[in-house]
Design a binder for this molecule. Structure first.
Ligand SMILES: Nc1ncnc2c1ncn2[C@@H]1O[C@H](COP(=O)(O)OP(=O)(O)O)[C@@H](O)[C@H]1O
Ligand SMILES: [Mg+2]
Length: 330
């Protein structure tokens, strides 16, 4: 369905030569170099897949989505979706896809949601019965009726995302591209959105490609994930595998009533010690935090504790540096 081969995007980056202060001199002495933000990316997506792109800020996720949706022209390489080239066959292509950018609405700011949807119906020439059917479905799944008469600028971020999703799906596209759909949302709004994305993937068989930097989006939504770093895919595979391989270390942060010595704790590694606080790293598959807490609690008095999950940035860095092998977690 989607075929990406050796995709590259380079941006021109202008730098001024030092020593020239006049604007005219700058005009002639500005140099530019190419900054490669998507670097030989290749992958395929099959119909019905729900694929997540994850990676740190600036990794090239949005740039990739923009090329896949035809907004940006690749510097080189191939993007082909259902036999169409997004930036060339634009008119035909936009009928087949839905796009939502989490940081930017495609709805009219001062217009009630329902009016925006009617405008889109006319733009996309959506048949009346399909429009009605979809509106009903999304009202049901996204509770649109609660805010359909409210102008977009007055919506909460969660409501705005729901309205944007309805707008993107109004013409029943086969593929949905979502760039950071959960950014800035609270936990409840995130949950609702994830449920909806899953539903339209399973029930309406919409192929979904989303980007995020929230690992829990992927854990809850996707079967397959790609980790993108510096424009490369450094991992393409199942979410379960990555979690088993790389996401199993946890850090128990414990604060004691008084200073205690740096003692050894079975199945954990002391990685930091600061005043009355200690950081113990352990493997959540083989060790439960309660064992560590019981062990330490039987010897010393504990005043506070938390368990930290590894940040995706850290996992990506570790995978990238080849720090982990498949069976290792520490
Ligand atoms: N129009 C542009 N001109 C130059 N550099 C850009 C432009 N857009 C994005 N970049 C750079 O490309 C890199 C990748 O950006 P982006 O695709 O937005 O990453 P992500 O979505 O993974 O955070 C970043 O370093 C960003 O600063
Ligand atoms: Mg982005």
């Amino acid at each position: 369905m989607i075929r990406v081969e050796n995709l590259v995007k380079e941006y021109k980056q202008y730098t001024r030569k030092e020593g020239f202060f006049s604007p005219i001199a700058n005009l002639f002495n500005t140099e530019f170099k190419q900054k490669r933000v998507v670097d030989n990316l290749s992958f395929e997506v099959n119909e019905g897949e729900l694929l997540g792109f994850i990676g740190p800020n600036g990794a090239g996720k949005s740039t990739t989505i923009k090329m896949l949706t035809g907004i940006l022209v690749p510097s080189s390489g191939i993007v082909e979706v259902n036999g169409l080239i997004p930036h060339i066959d634009r008119k035909k292509y936009v009928q087949q896809i839905g796009v939502v950018f989490g940081q930017k609405t495609q709805l009219w700011w001062d217009v009630p949601v329902i009016d925006s949807l009617r405008l889109l119906r006319d733009i996309y020439k959506i048949p009346e019965n399909l429009y009605k059917q979809n509106l009903e479905l999304f009202s049901d799944l996204l509770s649109l009726e609660q805010f359909q008469h409210t102008p977009v600028r007055q919506l909460s971020l969660g409501q705005r995302m729901r309205a944007d999703l309805a707008a993107a799906l109004l013409h029943s596209p086969k593929i949905l591209f979502l760039d950071e759909p959960t950014i800035g949302l609270d936990i409840v709004a995130k949950e609702k959105l994830r449920t909806f994305i899953k539903e339209i993937n399973k029930k309406l068989k919409v192929t979904v490609l989303l980007t995020t930097h929230d690992m829990s989006d992927l854990e809850k939504l996707c079967d397959r994930m790609m980790i993108i770093d510096f424009g490369h895919a450094i991992y393409d595979g199942s979410v379960d595998d990555i979690r088993k391989k790389y996401g199993t270390n946890r850090i128990l942060i414990i604060e004691f009533e008084e200073h205690i010595p740096d003692i050894d704790v079975p199945n954990a590694k002391l990685i930091k010690s600061e005043g009355k606080r200690k950081w113990y790293q352990f493997n959540r598959v083989t060790t439960s935090p309660s064992n560590l807490i019981n062990f330490l609690g039987s010897k010393y008095s504990i005043t506070d504790l938390t368990v930290d999950e590894p940040e995706i940035e850290e996992m990506v860095r570790n995978i990238y540096q080849g720090k982990y092998t498949t069976s290792e977690v520490f």
